[in-house]
Design a protein around this ligand. Structure first.
Ligand code: SAH
Length: 470
């Protein structure tokens, strides 16, 4: 270990920054965030520093650096672009035993500043020993994405109960079990969602009952359209906490990989014709698992509330008093649009977009055709490949010109993506010719014409093919 990490208490402590530019500004902000009394030595200040000085948040010593200015300082930072001055600051500070950092110059520094992830009161500092600051910053970015924004709130909330929990559970193991149940369960999610009142009630109940059992809950999580990169931070975090993962056909194996290693995985697949598990059984399975105290993750393709039967699933959960949370995902229409270069709305072509299902009900496709065939809109059809011919015919039959551009996007956002563009007249033939199968979306409207111009995806991933016809 080349450097010894510590967290320094700087509240109301005098700190000196030499330099008045952008770098000095960044350092001043950090020191101010830690409550330090900041003085900046520089002939002139950059506008934002001048503003902080005008607001009285820091003091400006106009002029050149002089060693006397270091008297009584707890910390010094040299942030000028003149190495000679930086060296003077460094030497003078070290002579007085004051920790000094020269920005981007480990040789002249007695301490270095880490990359910081701030979830106060929780703070993570990362250092590469001054050698490769970029590496520390990259690591920091990863940590930022892993640690929920509300983690600071959670830390504050939990520390408020620390003494009482200690008093309630004399046994260390019990105490640990209690905290694990609280910090990894629905209570913690409530705090991070800003529901302090609800979390406090549950905490009081647990303390009164001496309840250290894990709390079951169901997380209905949108997994996005298939590309694991399109998960939300929240989805990923919950996947890594889950005890059981229920998934279906639309969830790609690469996505499932990201769930906790020892989580139980249950396939509840839903091929349109052969339901692996009827919906009602899935609902009741989730209830039972949650009642056993498990954290159940129901992973759904796209967004759970967009043709995802999310509403029905939480209905059953709510009826059984199970704690649940719905995490939105990128719906496949958004994924397909971006990856095929087909904007769903466009100032010149479409002022609105409608999502419909191409599923047959009672033997036919029941849709509001007069509304769907009006001009200047985009229609995205989910679950419509197998009924594509009937759909396109209905569009035309209800007055949409046969030459209206139409596209089908199969396996959108994944390496298997294929985009076929044509018209209402030609699309069914293309779908048949190229054997397009589910999952695929049909997009109808003038915006489809932009596909060629705006498709960035296949330029990068040449495994994704675009075929133009008609
Ligand atoms: N909740 C999902 C939709 C479930 S319905 C969502 O928000 O996307 C299933 C239909 O979604 C499929 O029949 C197909 O039309 C569409 N779909 C899902 N993933 C897709 C993908 N990667 N590419 C194209 N269509 C997809």
């Amino acid at each position: 270990m080349d450097y010894f990490p510590i967290f320094l208490k700087l509240q109301d402590q005098p700190c000196l920054i030499v330099g008045g530019g952008e770098v000095a500004l960044r350092k001043a902000r950090l020191l101010l965030a830690a409550g330090a009394r900041v003085r900046v030595v520089a002939p002139e200040l950059a506008p934002e520093l001048a503003e902080l000085s005008a607001q009285g948040r820091l003091a400006h010593l106009a002029g050149e650096f002089a060693a006397e200015q270091l008297a009584g300082q707890r910390l010094a930072i040299a942030a000028t672009d003149r190495r000679e001055i930086n060296r003077q600051v460094s030497e003078a500070a070290q002579a007085l035993g004051i920790p000094v950092n020269v920005v981007d110059d480990p040789e002249l520094s007695s301490y270095i500043t880490p990359a910081i992830v701030d979830r106060s009161p929780l703070v993570i500092a990362v250092s590469s020993g001054g050698g490769v600051p970029v590496l520390a910053r990259l690591l920091r970015a990863r940590l930022e994405s892993m640690i929920p924004a509300g983690f600071g709130q959670l830390a504050r909330f939990a520390s408020g109960f620390r003494e009482r929990v200690k008093a309630r559970f004399a046994d260390v193991n019990q105490r640990r079990a209690f905290w694990e149940a609280v910090l990894e369960g629905p209570l913690a999610e409530a705090v991070m969602n800003g529901d302090d009142a609800g979390a406090t009630r549950e905490m009081e109940r647990r303390l009164a009952a001496g309840d250290a059992a894990p709390a079951g809950a169901v997380y209905l999580v949108g997994a996005g359209p298939g590309n694991p990169d399109l998960l939300t931070f929240r989805a990923l975090r919950l996947m890594q906490q889950a005890d059981v993962v229920l998934y279906d056909k639309l969830v790609a194996p690469e996505l499932l990989e990201l769930a906790r290693r020892d989580a139980e995985r249950v396939y509840v697949g839903k091929a349109r014709a052969n339901h692996a598990l009827p919906q009602q059984d899935i609902n009741l399975l989730m209830v039972r698992l949650a009642q056993e105290g498990k954290r159940v993750l129901r992973l759904k393709g796209g967004d759970p509330f967009t043709f995802g039967r999310g509403g029905e699933e939480i209905d059953t959960l709510a009826a059984h008093g199970i704690a649940f949370e719905v995490v939105p995902g990128i719906t496949s229409a958004s994924g397909a649009a971006a990856y095929a270069g087909i904007p769903l709305t466009h100032r010149d072509y479409a002022q609105s977009v409608t999502f419909v299902t191409g599923h047959r009900q009672d033997g036919s496709i029941q849709l509001d055709w007069p509304a769907l065939t009006r001009p200047a809109q985009t229609v995205v059809v989910y679950m419509g490949v197998s009924t594509a011919a009937e759909l396109c015919q209905a569009f035309i039959g209800h007055g949409k010109p046969a030459s209206t551009p139409a596209a089908v996007v199969e396996w959108a956002t994944t390496a298997r993506q294929r985009t076929l563009t044509g018209t209402l007249a030609t699309l069914p033939g293309l779908i048949e010719e190229y054997r397009v199968a589910s999952p695929a979306l049909i997009i109808v409207g003038e915006v489809v014409e932009l596909a060629d111009k705006l498709a960035w995806y296949r330029r990068i991933e040449n495994s994704a093919v675009t075929i133009q016809g008609g």
